[in-house]
Ligand binder design. Structure first.
Ligand code: SAH
Ligand code: SF4
Ligand code: F3S
Length: 478
C-alpha cells in the first residue's frame, strides 16, 4: 500500500452540503515566514481555463506567487512552476486540460525539479483526482478552489520537502478578503462580488466545485472599485454565478440593484456584470441599468432551453413565457441594449419539438451573441443519472441548426451598426491582424478598426463600415 496520509481528497457528498452555518470571513493574509523567498530566481507560468471566476482566481494565484518572490513568464518552457487552473463544466473542457498536462510531461522529463500544479474546478471532482494522480506522475501539486490561500505552504512542501501535495477541501467555503492580486489587464478588471452557487441546476457541476453562495460585503467591494478607479482602470466587470442573487445570503438589506448603483456612482467609465440568471432579475435592476450611463447596456441572460418542461427538468425555475416577458422588459427599459445567451441542446430526452421551442425563442429574441453547448453529463449531478436515448448525432445536428439560426440574427443585428459611430474601449492590436486595433462597444460588440496614435485603454470614436457575425469593422474618426 502506498502511504498517502497527508492527502486531502475531494468528496462530492460533502460538496453538496448546504447548512445555515455562518460563513467565515477572513481578511488578514500573510505569507508564512519560511515561504517568503521561495520564488527568488524562480519563474512561474499560469494557464487558465473556464469562466471569469477562474480568470480572477488566476490573478490571485499570480498575486500570491509574486508575494513569494516568483516572477511571471509567458513562455512555459522557462518556468520553474507551472500552474494549470482548470474548468470542469463540460467533458471537452476537461479533455483539453488533460492534453495540456500530457504535453508538459516532456518538460518534467528534462527538468525533474519542475513543479506542475493543477488547481481549479477539475480538482474538486472525486473521480478525476484519482485518475490524475495515477496517470500523471508529473503533477506534483493538486489543490482545490477552497485551498488557494494555502499556496505558499503547499509550494514549500513540494519544493523543499520534495513531497507530492494534494489538498482539496470539499466544503461550503469562506470569503477571503485582501488576498494579493496581480491583475492581468491594465484597463479592464474583474471584481468578485460573490462566490459559489446555490441554484443546483440539475446539469451543472459549479455548486459542487465552488461551494455555497457567499456574497462579499458591499463595503469591501466598493473599496476595491474605488481603488481600481484611482489606479486608472476604465472598465470593471462584477462577477458572480448569479449576480442578481447578490446579498441574499447576507440579509434583506442587500441587493444587486443597490450594489450596482453604488458602483456606478464611483464613476468608473464602464461597468459590466455577469452572469444574470433570469430567476432573480428584479425591476430595480432594470431601473438602475437604464439610469446610469456608465452601466453598459449589455445583458447576458442564459436561456439554456426554450421549452418549459425541459427548463423544469433543468431546475431553472422559469418558463418560456417568463423568459420572454423578462426579455421584453429588458429591451423596453434599457435603451439600445444588447442581449446574449447560453443554450444547451440535447438535455436528456429532449424531443425534436422541445428543441423547436428553443429555436422559437431564438427567433423571437434575435440574440446579439450566444454560447451554445451539447449537454455533457457531469458526474454526481441529477441530470447525469437521467436516461437519455437521444443519439449524439441528433444532438450535433441540433447544435448546427441552432448555431446557423442565431448566427443569422447576430449578423442582422451587427449590420444595423453600419454607418453609425460607436465608442470603443481599445484593447490593443487585433489578435488576428497587427495592422488594425480592436476593442469593444458599450454593447459588447468586438470592433476591428484602423486609426492613428491609438493607445490601449483609450476611448475612440469609430465609424462602422462593415459587419460580420462576430465583429464589426470600422475606422477611427477624430
Ligand atoms: N451561472 C451561469 C452559468 C455558468 S456555466 C448561469 O446560470 O447562467 C456557463 C454555461 O455552461 C451555462 O450557462 C450552460 O449553458 C453551460 N453548461 C453548464 N453545465 C453544462 C453541462 N453539463 N453541459 C453542457 N453545458 C453546460
Ligand atoms: Fe450552474 Fe445553474 Fe449555478 Fe449557473 S445557476 S452556475 S448553471 S447551477
Ligand atoms: Fe468552469 Fe468552474 Fe467556471 S467549472 S465555468 S471554471 S466555475
Amino acid at each position: 500500500m502506498k502511504k498517502r496520509p497527508e492527502w486531502i481528497l475531494p468528496d462530492l457528498k460533502e460538496a453538496q452540503k448546504r447548512t445555515k452555518k455562518q460563513i467565515e470571513r477572513i481578511d488578514s493574509y500573510v505569507v508564512p515566514e519560511n515561504a517568503r523567498s521561495i520564488g527568488v530566481n524562480r519563474l512561474y507560468f499560469i494557464s487558465t481555463y473556464g469562466c471569469q471566476a477562474n480568470e480572477r482566481d488566476s490573478e490571485t494565484l499570480a498575486g500570491i506567487m509574486d508575494s513569494m518572490g516568483f516572477t511571471k513568464v509567458e513562455d512555459v518552457e522557462k518556468a520553474d512552476v507551472i500552474l494549470i487552473n482548470t474548468c470542469a463544466i463540460r467533458d471537452n473542457a476537461m479533455e483539453k486540460v488533460l492534453g495540456e498536462i500530457g504535453n508538459f510531461k516532456r518538460l518534467y522529463r528534462e527538468n525533474p525539479d519542475l513543479v506542475i500544479g493543477v488547481c481549479g474546478c477539475m480538482a474538486q471532482e472525486e473521480g478525476f483526482v484519482e485518475r490524475l494522480l495515477e496517470k500523471y506522475p508529473q503533477v506534483r501539486l493538486l489543490f482545490g478552489t477552497h485551498n488557494i490561500h494555502q499556496l505558499p505552504e503547499m509550494l514549500y512542501s513540494v519544493i523543499y520537502e520534495k513531497k507530492r501535495v494534494v489538498r482539496i477541501y470539499s466544503r461550503e467555503g469562506e470569503v477571503y478578503e485582501n488576498l494579493p492580486v496581480h491583475r492581468f489587464g491594465k484597463h479592464k478588471a474583474w471584481v468578485n462580488i460573490m462566490y459559489g452557487c446555490d441554484k443546483f441546476c440539475t446539469y451543472c457541476i459549479v455548486p459542487y466545485t465552488r461551494g455555497k453562495q457567499r456574497s462579499r460585503y458591499m463595503d469591501e467591494i466598493l473599496k476595491e472599485v474605488r481603488e481600481l478607479k484611482e489606479q486608472g482602470y476604465k472598465e470593471i466587470t462584477l462577477l458572480g454565478q448569479n449576480v442578481n442573487a447578490y446579498g441574499k445570503d447576507i440579509d434583506d438589506s442587500y441587493d444587486f440593484a443597490t450594489l450596482l448603483e453604488e458602483c456606478a456612482k464611483i464613476g468608473i467609465p464602464r461597468i459590466r456584470f455577469t452572469t444574470s440568471h433570469p430567476w432573480d432579475f428584479s425591476d430595480e435592476m432594470l431601473d438602475v441599468i437604464g439610469k446610469y450611463e456608465n452601466i453598459m447596456p449589455f445583458i447576458h441572460l442564459p436561456l439554456q432551453s426554450g421549452d418549459s418542461d425541459i427548463l423544469k427538468l433543468m431546475g431553472r425555475r422559469y418558463t418560456q413565457e417568463e423568459y420572454i416577458t423578462l426579455y421584453n422588459k429588458i429591451i423596453e427599459r434599457i435603451p439600445n441594449v444588447a442581449v446574449s445567451t447560453d443554450i444547451i441542446v440535447g438535455f436528456p430526452n429532449e424531443s425534436d419539438q422541445q428543441f423547436e421551442h428553443t429555436l422559437d425563442v431564438v427567433k423571437y429574441c434575435k440574440f446579439d451573441n450566444a454560447f451554445t453547448f451539447i449537454f455533457s453529463p457531469r458526474p454526481g449531478t441529477p441530470a447525469s443519472r437521467m436516461e437519455d436515448p437521444i443519439s449524439l448525432e441528433t444532438k450535433k445536428k441540433r447544435l448546427a441548426l441552432l448555431n446557423k439560426t442565431w448566427n443569422q440574427y447576430a449578423l442582422e443585428r451587427n449590420k444595423a451598426y453600419i454607418g453609425k459611430t460607436v465608442t470603443v474601449l481599445v484593447d490593443g492590436w487585433s489578435k488576428k491582424n497587427h495592422t488594425v486595433y480592436s476593442g469593444y462597444t458599450d454593447t459588447n460588440k468586438l470592433v476591428n478598426f484602423t486609426g492613428n496614435h491609438i493607445q490601449t485603454g483609450d476611448f475612440v470614436q469609430v465609424y462602422i463600415d462593415d459587419a460580420k457575425t462576430f465583429s464589426l469593422d470600422g475606422h477611427a474618426i477624430e
